[in-house]
Design a protein around this ligand. Structure first.
Ligand SMILES: NC(=O)C1=CN([C@@H]2O[C@H](COP(=O)(O)OP(=O)(O)OC[C@H]3O[C@@H](n4cnc5c(N)ncnc54)[C@H](OP(=O)(O)O)[C@@H]3O)[C@@H](O)[C@H]2O)C=CC1
Ligand SMILES: N[C@@H](CC(=O)OP(=O)(O)O)C(=O)O
Length: 341
């Protein structure tokens, strides 16, 4: 008989939490009892899971000794308080926030890339899920790194508003509707400037070195996941008026020469990757037509960099809420139960 697990979803009413519920159903994760948790604002409301209504409970009052697995996506400050409390009660936490990612004794895991790191979860009882932009980039780059050793990455992201949660999705929809109706938009709340029909070169807070925290997460997390502090990463992260699906223009410089043909061949066999790369109109993946609602990381526009002897260019697209967050967490949970619990 398949072993079953009691699972808490923290942030179950949010953009990521709701997607987690759907993915647990779709992948037939062996859930015995599901506990959807959120703030006291949502406590008492109901969610649907496997066609059954389940009452949302208040995270602050939840006893984590009732569950073996906790999927957390309610923000860093919430995880800071409640993830250690859950781990203390014997629940293994898979945390979607950036709260613990840089801590050396907490594994930061993308199952296709470094599943072996999961073994370290026993020290703190917490496993960190990486940043969405980092996950899709690293799924595409790891096989190329193994083949030719990547020395430097230059990346520009084009990130969907769903990365900022349910309120930002609503803000883009509202601004778009108002502008199309010839009305003035309300003062922006989710972002400092209008997002509809615009592009903002700003995600997360600004740091002293002039990069934003979203950009530096791509540097720190890439190095930790690849276990290589020598890899140089130079990101620019931008927010664009797309609802679901992050896109990235990725430029790599490898130690050993890799042709576009070799890279295409390697990527076509890589776990979690789907290559769509025909050099013709529409022969490439986009966030909306391919990334959104799909599990794969799509790679397109594979070509040799005309400005660098050992340079390669790629276009990488994925569903930021699925592979960038909810799906990756559940893939971690699947490895956890198959290999450790
Ligand atoms: N891997 C990654 O890159 C990603 C990580 N994330 C992480 O997940 C978090 C949630 O993202 P997202 O779903 O998009 O955000 P949403 O704003 O859509 O949802 C937030 C969720 O957190 C809950 N919450 C808020 N405050 C509390 C509280 N005090 N106690 C308990 N629950 C609370 C909300 O519950 P309520 O409805 O009751 O307010 C809601 O369920 C982000 O803050 C981020 O840390 C998100 C996207 C990608
Ligand atoms: N920053 C991501 C989403 C997110 O929450 O990332 P993180 O978990 O690294 O803070 C985005 O806005 O698209």
């Amino acid at each position: 008989m398949t072993k079953e697990f009691d699972v808490a979803v923290v942030g179950a009413t949010g953009a990521v939490g709701e997607t987690m519920l759907r993915i647990l159903e779709q992948r037939k994760f062996p859930v015995r009892n599901l506990y959807p948790l959120a703030s006291e604002r949502s406590a008492g409301k109901e969610i649907l899971f496997r066609n059954r209504k389940i009452r949302i409970e208040n995270l602050a009052e939840f006893d984590f000794s009732k569950v073996q697995i906790g999927l957390f996506s309610a923000g860093g400050s919430i995880s800071e308080v409640h993830a250690p409390r859950a781990a203390e009660a014997g629940c293994v936490v898979i945390d979607n926030t950036s709260q613990f990612r840089r801590e050396p004794d907490i594994p930061l895991v993308v199952p296709e890339v470094n599943a072996h790191a999961l073994a370290g979860y026993t020290t703190r009882g917490i496993i960190a899920n990486p940043n969405c932009s980092t996950i899709q980039m690293i799924v595409a780059l790891k096989p190329l790194h193994d083949a030719a050793y990547i020395q430097r990455i230059n990346v520009a992201t084009y990130q969907a508003v769903s990365g900022s949660g349910a309120s930002a999705i609503q803000e883009l929809a509202n601004q778009t509707a108002k502008l199309l109706n010839g009305q003035d938009i309300d003062p922006p709340k989710a972002y400092p400037k209008q997002i509809a029909f615009n592009a903002l070169p700003h995600i997360d807070v600004f740091l002293d070195n002039g990069y934003t925290k979203e950009e530096m997460k791509m540097v720190w997390e890439t190095r930790k996941i690849l276990e290589d502090d020598n890899i140089q990463v130079n990101p620019t992260a931008a927010r664009v008026p797309v609802f679901f699906g992050h896109s990235e223009a990725v430029h790599i410089e490898t130690r050993d020469k890799l042709t576009a043909e070799q890279a295409r061949k390697i990527l076509s066999k890589a776990p979690g990757v789907k290559v769509i790369d025909q050099r013709k109109d529409g022969g490439y993946a986009t966030a909306v037509t391919d990334g959104a609602n799909n599990d794969a990381v799509f790679v397109s526009r594979i070509r040799e960099d005309i400005s660098h002897e050992r340079g390669l260019d790629l276009w990488v697209v994925a569903d930021n809420v699925r592979k960038g967050a909810a799906l990756n967490s559940i893939q971690i949970a699947e490895r956890l139960i198959s290999d450790y619990l």
